[in-house]
Design a binder for this molecule. Structure first.
Ligand SMILES: Nc1ncnc2c1ncn2[C@@H]1O[C@H](COP(=O)(O)OP(=O)(O)OP(=O)(O)O)[C@@H](O)[C@H]1O
Ligand SMILES: [Mg+2]
Length: 232
């Protein structure tokens, strides 16, 4: 399970490189508490700037906390060193970032391959099965041999989804996975997430799309760095 306990996160904004200009502290998360069990499908909605992406970044172990703790199974993520955090991230999480980056010098399929190896150590039969399934579900066979720099925004988003899911890890963290997609692709992503949930994955989905959120078993709203209501 993922256990998020009273998490506070600040960002320092502005301020010049040599101490010129005033900097300002933004309290992006102000005490978020949430449990995500292995077979939960949790969606978070809420206005722009309410802290949704910051929460995903924190669970991924990519940002320091001012206060609070995050546990992933028995691991205290927030007290682990960077190397250990990276290992936990690779093994436990398939993460679809709001703005994801691919390795531009490698094909889409190679990018997926690297993600798999980071989690499993080597390519095996599981990789080929997963690759085929995801390429079919997301209708992206022709993209596998392309280079990321040649893809459209929507194609890139599908690639980011496939890269996150190819590892078959216990949890999926998805930050606006459908923002750049056409309606047919959104429907495919919706079905894919539903199937992953049925297979026992724990899912945390951040979205502005109520239709996409409708498959979630719990829906929370965030406002001003806090979970403000439990909508479902
Ligand atoms: N890297 C950063 N540096 C400084 N401030 C940041 C950074 N990332 C986010 N913030 C600030 O933290 C707050 C929360 O931002 P966050 O990106 O988590 O919002 P969000 O809910 O994901 O919004 P959106 O729906 O637009 O994606 C905002 O006030 C934002 O300006
Ligand atoms: Mg965001």
């Amino acid at each position: 399970m993922i256990r998020i306990i009273d998490v506070h996160i600040d960002y320092e904004q502005g301020g010049g490189a040599f101490g010129s200009g005033a900097s300002e502290i933004v309290h992006a998360l102000k005490g978020v508490t949430l449990d995500i069990n292995n077979n939960d499908y949790v969606a978070i909605v809420g206005p722009s700037g309410s802290g949704k992406s910051t929460l995903i970044t924190a669970i991924a172990g990519l940002i320091g906390l001012v206060k609070g703790d995050i546990f992933v199974d028995k691991y205290k993520l927030t007290r682990a060193g960077r190397g250990r955090q990276a290992k936990i991230r690779a093994k436990y999480f398939g993460i679809i970032f709001q703005f994801s980056e691919m390795l531009g010098r490698f094909t889409v399929e190679e990018n997926l391959r690297f993600a798999y190896v980071a989690a499993h150590g080597a390519i095996d039969e599981g990789y080929h099965t997963r690759l085929k399934y995801l390429a079919e579900m997301l209708d992206m066979f022709p993209l596998l041999t392309s280079y990321p720099g040649k893809l459209s925004g929507g194609q890139l988003q599908k690639t980011a989804i496939a890269r996150a899911l190819v590892k078959d890890s216990a949890f999926i963290l998805a930050d606006e996975p459908s923002g750049d997609l056409d309606p047919e692709s959104v429907a495919r992503v919706k079905k894919l997430l539903r199937e992953e949930h049925e297979r026992g994955k724990g899912i945390l989905l951040v979205t502005h799309d109520n239709k996409l959120a409708s498959d979630a078993t719990s829906v929370f709203e965030m406002r001003g760095g806090k979970i403000s209501s439990h909508l479902k």
